[in-house]
Design a protein around this ligand. Sequence first.
Ligand SMILES: C[C@H]1O[C@@H](n2cnc3c(O)ncnc32)[C@H](O)[C@@H]1O
Ligand SMILES: [Zn+2]
Length: 439
Amino acid sequence: METKNTLIKNITVISPVNNNITNNVQIKKGTSILIENDRIAEISSNISENAIDKVINGNGKIAIPGLINTHTHVPMNLFRGLADDLELDSWLNDHIWPMEANLNGEFTYIGALHGILEMIKTGTTTFNDMYFYLNDIAKAVEESGVRGVLSYGMIDFFDDEKRKTELKESTKTVKEFNGKYDRIKINYGPHSIYTCSKELLIETRALANKYNTGIHIHMSETKKEIDDVYEAQGKHPFEYLEEIGFLGEDVLAAHCVWLNNKEIAIIKENNVKISHNPCSNMKLASGIAPIDKLTENNICVSLGTDGASSNNNLDLFEEMKFASLLQKVNTFNPEVLPAGKILEMATIDAAKALGMENEIGSIEEGKKADIILLDTSNVNLTPTVNSLISHIVYSGNGYNVDTTICNGEILMEDKEVKTLNEQEIIKKTNETVKLMKEA
Ligand SMILES: C[C@H]1O[C@@H](n2cnc3c(O)ncnc32)[C@H](O)[C@@H]1O
Ligand SMILES: [Zn+2]
């Protein structure tokens, strides 16, 4: 294969450096990044422009790793603004699940393209999704150029036949995609303890071991869920999952709002990874996750938006700011979750949460070229002589991103999305939702 080179010239690089013990965000000014095919070949200030296919002028720009959203339902962009101001139980049962019953592969594909478009525009290059019609979501991932970790959301409602069909559907997708696509990975996705039988959870663990996949699950999101699980199992959720042998370092648990100290110890002991979703938790009035305690215990915490119907956008910059501010106000401690730690949570810690830290999550030689560029001529990213990390986390937003690169491919340059037709996707999404509402 012929090598394709891209040089990002004269740029400020802000990235965690993964030394396997602790992370550490470093700033390098006036440097250049050479991308060869899908990887970062060199970072230095003396790279020659000879024989370079594409040069990007990085003057006045900051390069950070492509952001990693560890809990999404991207096709739910279709439902943005349709079920606001509700708590989770009613939101799901009375609104979302009835609407999802009318979905099909084509609608899901359009919704996924819309969600991915929003992520490319706001600097997310990898997302960890749980939904239905995975072939259609995978098609959207392939066409758009982002990286997708997808799981089919299994829900058996404690029914034997349904359990078998859900596991079969998941395993079919695992076999169809894993090992065959560079940017797509399939994991198992049991929806939650309150929608999945013990048997389904136990079989999921065995299948994840057999096919070497991760597991993505909603956990301990609301007080009602804790009370219901306690009534059914006589245990708190993580105690229950530990007892049935479900937990492991490959489990990514989304939400984890309601945890007691014993459960935090169980999470740590089993090296379970967390996806913290502050905006969704606030909007559904679910509660405040004890992220200060989790990070104090060196538990790996990453960030997710959840779907656009409970957030209501997929902009991880907002999630970074809210994650920090929510813990500060909850603990009355302004020092908790400083900007550098938050940037790690959205990049290298998220990569660890997905078991992909050797490939993505930082701008380092040898890693995949997943890089976004922010333009410091934006008023909210100045004065540039002050802390740029602070600007990114506390005053930046996704629309400060002007270039998005994933796997070495330029997906957006100077705010123009290259791989997708933005206007066409917006038009089709509007038409699709109109159709769904009329049906
Ligand atoms: C995959 C299924 O999960 C549903 N979902 C979306 N957001 C949440 C959440 O915050 N808690 C529980 N379930 C959620 C989605 O609508 C699909 O049905
Ligand atoms: Zn969710």
